[in-house]
Ligand binder design. Structure first.
Ligand code: PLP
Length: 447
């Protein structure tokens, strides 16, 4: 069923519990796609129920296969910072596509996108464009290993850097444990090169480096963690990362795939500023910088980037890297990300988070809201979350009920309590009102 584009929805919330068209589609999908989805979180496993198949989206709204309208608080997991089908980005994409989809040669568009990134994030002198955040972190890691001639990498539990073998290891808390692979299919040898430490834990970091500093190529961290829910670095943590890595000749990789160009014009780096002792050596970007198209990047110090082929010995390549249509979308998106856009993101986020605080407090629901710029998440627990162990200790069952209460009221939250809520500059007063009312009613329902 295709909704008439002229009208907002064919039914209005609260919607009935079922979603017949999506139920049919997921059944069809499961026959030809494992789990019916091309990225696991979309399957709704942690909240139950049927994922909604979306048919179209405009501004802050998405319409599903049953013709129901939702306020979108996922925004494609971050990229849709201007809202869906932004006219300006659409025009840029249409223009680019009309001139050809992919050439396998350099193009001016990818240069313009690289220039825009370099202009915005001051320590980034050069970037290379790739097609996904995973590729960006994987390549940054290879580059760091090539540059230092070392193989061990340090990551933090609860930080997600894409599905790179060496970075899927999460392990429990504890100091400098040898990680076991988190995913089947990741070789032990790959996980053995990864040290997993608790986030925000400077003594653990120092201990790991004291023991194995000479083997460590890099520390990779989410600039502000967003993949265990939003857990910003505590004051001094980013400084400590810089100090300890520099002392031991390891590189510091700041993964800004989620936070880049969302937390501010220059991402988390723009908000937090340069750590004491200097900027990270490498950065990774994705999500917002593609404007909804598959493009991502890694970049940083020119002397490190010079190690990449064809200048240097570290090989890295991609048939669709710097794709002209994706580059046009990314460039148009970044150029539209003005201070007014960031101000609107703040306003919308504050209105939503304020509604959660009011409603949850009124109904006695323990909760904790944490921020990184306009990214925020709602933890279903009372106390602050500073690492992954904290994040796991929350009322996930109540979150699942809240999620479905919201969905029935026409608000699509991320289907997991370990995610940020994402808003866009296109979230207008109507979208905010619908969401705020849903928050109030859903809180009453799950109290
Ligand atoms: C989303 C994300 C990635 C992976 O990006 P993909 O485009 O999904 O491969 C890597 N790092 C962080 C911090 C992310 O949020």
């Amino acid at each position: 069923m295709t909704p008439d584009p002229g009208q907002t929805s064919q039914t209005s919330p609260p919607y009935p519990a079922g979603a017949p068209a999506s139920e049919q589609l997921i059944e069809r999908a499961r026959r030809v796609i494992p789990g019916g989805v091309n990225s696991p979180v979309r399957a709704f496993r942690s909240v139950g129920g049927t994922p909604r198949f979306m048919e179209r989206a405009q501004g802050p709204w998405m319409w599903d296969a049953d013709g129901r309208r939702y306020v979108d608080l996922v925004c494609s997991w971050g990229p849709m910072i201007l809202g869906h089908a932004s006219p300006r980005v659409l025009a840029a994409v249409t223009d680019a596509a009309a001139q050809g989809f992919s050439f396998g040669t350099p193009t001016a568009r990818e240069v313009a996108l690289a220039e825009e990134i370099v202009r915005r994030v001051e320590p980034v002198e050069q970037v290379r464009l790739v097609s996904s955040g995973t590729e960006a972190t994987m390549s940054a890691l290879r580059l760091a290993r090539g540059f230092t001639g070392r193989s061990v990498v340090v990551k933090f539990a609860g930080c997600y850097h894409g599905h790179v073998d060496a970075l899927l290891a999460q392990a429990g808390s504890g100091v400098a444990t040898f990680a076991l692979p988190d995913s089947s299919g990741v070789p032990r040898s790959s996980a053995a090169e990864t040290i997993v430490l608790p986030y925000n834990d400077v003594p653990a970091l120092e201990a790991a480096f004291a023991e194995r500093g000479a083997e460590i190529a890099a520390v990779i961290t989410e600039a502000a963690a967003g993949n265990m829910g939003v857990v910003p670095p505590e004051p001094g943590f980013s400084d400590a990362l810089r100090r300890v890595t520099a002392q031991h000749g390891a590189l510091l990789i700041s993964d800004e795939v989620m936070t880049g160009f969302r937390c501010s014009e220059a991402g988390w780096f723009g908000l937090e500023g340069r750590p004491e002792g200097g900027a990270p050596d490498l950065f990774t970007f994705g999500k917002v910088m593609g404007g909804g198209f598959p493009t991502a990047a890694f970049g940083g110090r020119a002397d490190v980037m010079a190690m990449l082929a064809p200048e240097g010995p570290v090989y890295q390549a991609g048939t669709l890297s710097g794709n002209p249509v994706a580059s046009a979308a990314g460039l148009a998106t970044l150029q539209a990300c003005t201070p007014e856009v960031y101000a609107r993101l703040d306003e919308v986020s504050e209105a939503l988070a304020g509604a959660v605080t009011d409603a949850f407090t009124r109904h006695g629901i323990p909760h904790r809201i944490q921020w990184a710029g306009s990214m925020f998440s709602v933890f279903f627990r009372e106390h602050a979350v500073r690492d992954y162990a904290d994040a796991q200790d929350q009322d996930r069952e109540r979150f699942a009920r809240f999620f479905h209460a919201m969905l029935r009221r026409g608000v699509h939250l991320p289907p997991s309590c370990f995610e940020s809520w994402f808003v866009s500059a296109a979230h207008d007063d109507e979208a905010v009102e619908v969401a705020v009312r849903a928050i109030e009613e859903s809180a009453a329902e799950v109290a």
